[in-house]
Design a protein around this ligand. Sequence first.
Ligand code: SRM
Ligand code: SF4
Length: 559
Amino acid sequence: MSKKESTQLSAVERIKRESHGLRGTINESLSEAITGQVQEDDTQVVKFHGMYQQDNRDVREERARKKLENLYSFMIRLRLPGGVLTAEQWMATHHIAGEHSTGVIKITTRQTIQLHGILKSHIKPTIQSFNAARLDSIATCGDINRNVTSNALPSHSSLHQQVHAYADKISTLLMPKTRAYYEIWLDEELLEEKKDETDPLYQDRYLPRKFKIGIAIPPNNDVDVLTNDIGLIAIIENDILKGFNIAIGGGLSFTHGNEATYPRLATMIGFTDTEEKTLKTVYEVLTVQRDFGNRSDRKQARLKYTVDRLSVEVFKNELESRIGFKLEESKPFAFAQRKDDFGWSQSKDGLWHYTAFVECGRITDEENVNTKNALYEIAELNKSSFRFTCNQNVIVSDVSEKDKQTIDALLSQNGVTQFTQISSPIRLSSLACVAFNTCPLALAEAQRYIPSLITKIEPLLAKHNLSQDDIVLRMTGCPNGCGRSTAAEIGFVGTAYGLYNLHIGGDRLGLRLNKKFKENLNEDQILQTLDELFFIYANEKIENETFGDFSFHKWVTLN
Ligand code: SRM
Ligand code: SF4
């Protein structure tokens, strides 16, 4: 194969290699009480421990005028393969959020939770409290395998548990070997020489870029499986798990004006029929990416670019030479849904699960909807677990028949049931990334803006008799794609404060990306454009044709 690595390494490559197993100078940074930041190189190293240094962008200019340092704090993201917490862990998280962060518990688009606004002096107590609840944030950020996602709702399949267990197995398999996290945050004794920290997978350079894995159980694609670096699709026949189709090279980020960057859905490369083969294949996809990924240009470093640069065929040949067997032909499968199933549902084992709508994944208490309080009161009963979906919602899960009524009453008393029931189909299917005020990369608002924008879109849908249409609408504050807006039927991608590119033509199930339709629209232009599109859609669509399919054929293919 061709040359493995450019000689001109990016700055982050040096930081990783010189970090002494991800220790960097974090201890020194933590002891510098005069500043709320960590040292520059440590901002990269702490990512591997599951945290980002951020500053409150709402007050940045005011503080600069007053010659004050930015208002720095940290966001910490938990490692939750498949997105599940016990009741006890939920209560711990609730308290930790109250003591150390803004108090809002944010469900992410990758099925885990984040806390924002944690001051530097609070990082260690936060991690220690999470550790006491048997939770960690190892490798949820950085150039490494991230939180592994898996189909969220147990009633979707009688084999849910069996498939779900793969998220845990893969997460464990791909953890870094360094003890740095335990030493720095949990005061584990420094390593004696004899302890072996050799990391055959990540070595001292880790991956060229972040890496994501998701597992879907057809017919449900709630994990948006093809947007991952590796997508595993469970193949189930007659209630038996036959194995997984394996897709590689998904990823959604692009840069405005840079044609060499693009969103891409993963390409199916084959099927594995045993656990051993599946895990080996996943592992070796990472080693191929480790060895052949671009380490000089971080904008070309994701697996999708490695796959396209080498070609799918060459990548697959290299992979097969490493795993020592040929992948079987991919098996047929069909998706029928990507959105969450709201309300109560029962799994084959008799347990009940309530999926509640959490707008933009922000668990908090607001006006008549006290989601945070509801979940705490439910957790106190210790009669359920808590699951998170990649659509940023929560499932009060594993409830037995005898406890269902009590839990239902708590959901209702706190307004959660009513909010879930009255929210329109388009609101229930919406996603937005964090963006302002914490994301340093945000060009425009997302989670703080989309609720009010949807309130203005709903009357347009009603005007055209489309209120019951659950169009997948998503917004991101920049083209990095954290709210997966390029995999939506209507996607908004922030370009500048108050301005968005409008993308249309993606399908409802996550099998086709959308295309840019209009640039730099302000709110009035967004509403006017959607009004026109909805009018044409309502009048010309054929029966059951989704907005995404209609707009793809009508407008995107003509461009
Ligand atoms: Fe993301 C960077 C938030 C899912 C692509 N993402 C960021 C950062 C950490 C900004 C930064 O680098 O400093 C954002 C922190 C905002 C904040 O204040 O919390 C951020 N990303 C998020 C979350 C919280 C959005 C949300 O509202 O839920 C999601 C956390 C997921 C998790 O639990 O791990 C989140 N990010 C995604 C997704 C969606 C997905 O994975 O399904 C994508 C698109 C898929 C993909 O990876 O291609 C995504 N985030 C990015 C990128 C672009 C990566 C690239 O290939 O270039 C960046 C920027 C980067 O890495 O340089 C980024
Ligand atoms: Fe920030 Fe952009 Fe991701 Fe939104 S899409 S959270 S603005 S990096």
